[in-house]
Design a protein around this ligand. Sequence first.
Ligand code: ATP
Ligand code: MG
Length: 659
Amino acid sequence: MDPESLLAGLNEAQRRAVTTDGGPLVVLAGAGSGKTRVLTRRIAYRIAIDQTDPRRVLALTFTRKAAGELRDRLRSLGLRDDVVAGTFHGVALTQLRQRWSERGIDPPQLLDRKVGFIARLMGRQAGVDPLDVVSEMEWARARLVDGATYAEAARAAGRTPPLEPKAMAALMEAYAQEKRRRRLVDFDDLLALAIRDIRSDPDYAAAVRWRHRHLYVDEFQDVNPLQYELLSAWRGNTPDLFIVGDPNQAIYGWNGADPALLARFAKREPGAEVVELLDNYRSTPQILTLARAALGTGKGLEPHRGDGAVPEIRSYANDVAEADGIAEAIRHANSVTRPWRDQAVLVRTNAQLVVVEQALTAAGIPARIKGGAGPLGTPEVKTELRVLTQPGRDLQYLIGELDSAIEGEAGEQLTQAEIERRSNLAALSRLVHEYLSVDPAPTGPGLGAWIGTLRSGEVAADRDAVELATFHGAKGLEWPVVHVAGLEQGLVPIGYAKTGAQLDEETRLLYVAITRAESELYLSWAAERTFGNKTVRRQPSPHLGNLQSVIDHLRAGHRPMDWKAQVSQGRAALSKSKKRPVIEADTDDPVFVALRAWRRTRAKAADVPAYVIFNDQTLRAVAAAKPANRSQLGRLPGIGPVKLERYADELLEVVASAS
Ligand code: ATP
Ligand code: MG
């Protein structure tokens, strides 16, 4: 390809990142600023000017889906598949396989679903979910923590271990031993083994480093220390490393990722050049204004696109109504020039995808869960399900049986088909474990009903369809129209997020979701939601009040806010609320004083700054008008439908009792 044409459509900073010689190079930039564009263009450009042999390029990212996207983008730049683009795990596995076969080593068996394995090692322990134990172990592994260092590391990181730290540590040792004894390796072992091979054999290390001379990493904010070790091993002393990342999109801390690695790299790596990209090419100024408000900062989000529609917040009576409403909105936005695939529905948890998928299917709108939900339709899973869902079955026992069948015997040689069959069953097993953890009185038919809700018509990968994804799964992607659903307390932020760090990660997740949208953005929540067989009342997400204020501001005809002003305003409000013990209003209006006191309690309970609930101006308006009912209250400035829904009863009560 002509090198010049690869520089077309790049701004100056992007162009520099693509053409700069040497390295290492770090691109630090916000969502939609062209990081992935720069990364793929740089690969293509360096090949085009004969600085790079395509077979010696390794482009890394974190999920198979993201790796697929990278490959697509490279292909569209005219590169064929000789550039390796993959995940850390995928590349490590290929390397190990090659080495095993060269040295005539019988490959160990891959333990791809650990839950059953760990459950048996643990024995039955009331109130402890093996899934939680597995997640905790994966966190430890990602952080290079073993049994000996676990207790200390878990304390330092503020973890809440599912077992006593001592018991966790013992179980980690037992797990490692049992794997050794049975010659099994899990996914994290792949990384550790690949590191060991390189570190222990200089000739092999030289060969690997020769092969992967040019290293590229997308989404570097989500790298974990174990992956970082492997990257360092691959790299040796080679300077040709190019990484891009956005600290504001770090969303895998729960899984052991360490965003500090990105910052540290940018600061400490000798000779590293840092490029910042400050312009956003993806979203309208209206959408970016909301994204900034959600995050509370706006660096790197200077809008470049023309104005678009003001985003909307919609509330629904329940989750089914919400899904139906989204289906209607999707149909409304669909047109000859806007195919289904231009729209996406994003949710916080996997389980929420199901109700949305069902509503779209019922409305005749083709929909596809991004990443695919294939295993449930396979014959082996259907057969197994028939057994599991009969009445009177002991599910705990059956799932134990299924898990051992999936694992099979040590040293078994499996065909490709058998590997696939077992991983489909493993997906089922995971669902069954999930069901067992949500239903206090599990039964076969209960399982059947629960899984039934997850099923739906599948849409072929190449067919035009609306895409459904979790916030995590949407990372790096973009759509002209985005519907973000389930913006409720308990989901956004997720209920188990408690510490400041966890809540911050949840905020970044919302920011990731919002910044996927190019032209239109719809946010929604439902006042009631069904989990399994329980229906629960819901409150809007604590973020919605703040977002609604921004929307009202835009609707009132104001220009999208200057982010600097907005941020400093927010900061000032925050620091005021922190520094000064709140002094009561410089006013003797008792209603206003009461309203402020109420707001303080509210803000404390929701762990947000007071201005997020209502600003002083709104409270003054309420105090002056002394509304007696909802409709009077709803007419006041600053009281949008979300805030009305959420706070009307309390506000009216405060006004009535203080007047
Ligand atoms: P994320 O952080 O979400 O992964 P990103 O920084 O990787 O975002 P890209 O996906 O590379 O951003 O780019 C966002 C969108 O902006 C893409 O559609 C891309 O083609 C477009 N884009 C990037 N740079 C420019 C530019 N200079 N001119 C026009 N469009 C651009
Ligand atoms: Mg990207």
